[in-house]
Design a protein around this ligand. Structure first.
Ligand SMILES: C[S@@+](CC[C@H](N)C(=O)[O-])C[C@H]1O[C@@H](n2cnc3c(N)ncnc32)[C@H](O)[C@@H]1O
Length: 211
């Protein structure tokens, strides 16, 4: 019942942003990581996959930023409150031309999806990135410190049913991307795995490296 209530409340963009901002010190660490790895550059076209209410769109040049999310309420809120292009779209079936983007950001989506759906998202990202483009993936991992009680409670309460250890994300990413950088870090009460990636060329996959 608590899970259902949290899911319902999260549907309200302001509530979602307020709670996450509180738990993650206003996203200071996440914003720093995104800026450092994908910094604003008007010449680079960016796709934010599962952009939510668009809270990170201001880190990019408005003319070069596109955010997609499955939740129409979030997209309506983002369109009203931020600059950039926003549209309702399923990340498992990205509807953009091949090589349309220089950079792709995924923050906090994959831990909601099973392995098969994650693979669909990653194939799509690989396809819409131009050769030599970059992807930045930031995903929840199990809470590390036993003393981080709020972090444990949050993972128990929220609807991320596929929170994985870093190595499991790595295995899913490997067939589609080569790794430029990897980090583990804490943002407020949340522990994260971050990877900066380059797609394998010509949409090829390296399936054996993922097993
Ligand atoms: C934890 S939120 C992260 C949102 C955003 N990246 C942020 O940090 O504010 C997860 C997001 O994934 C979106 N989502 C879940 N499944 C999706 C799918 N198949 N396609 C696109 N978005 C999806 C949800 O609507 C939600 O906005």
């Amino acid at each position: 019942m608590l899970h259902a209530l949290i899911e319902k409340l999260s549907d309200y963009p302001r509530f979602f942003l307020f709670c996450r901002g509180l738990l993650e010190s206003n996203f200071r660490v996440i914003r720093q990581a995104i800026e450092e790895h994908l910094g604003p550059n008007p010449d680079r076209k960016v796709l934010d996959v599962a952009c939510g209410p668009g809270a990170f769109s201001d880190l990019f040049s408005p003319g070069s930023y596109t955010g997609i999310d499955l939740n129409p309420k979030y997209i309506r809120y983002a369109t009203k409150n931020y600059n950039g292009q926003f549209c309702v779209q399923d990340a498992r079936a990205l509807d953009f031309p091949e090589g349309a983007f220089d950079d792709v950001l995924v923050y906090g989506l994959l831990h909601h999806l099973n392995d098969e759906d994650v693979t669909s998202v990653l194939r799509g990202m690989q396809r819409v990135l131009r050769p030599g483009g970059r992807a930045l993936v930031i995903e929840d991992i199990p809470t590390e410190s036993r003393l981080n009680l709020v972090g444990h409670l949050l993972h128990w309460a929220e609807n991320g049913h596929h929170i994985r250890p870093a190595d499991d994300y790595r295995k899913l990413l490997m067939p589609h991307f080569r790794f430029e950088d990897e980090q583990l870090f804490r943002s407020g009460v949340c522990d994260y795995y971050m990877a900066r990636l380059i797609p394998h060329e010509n949409g090829s996959t390296n399936e054996s490296s993922g097993s």
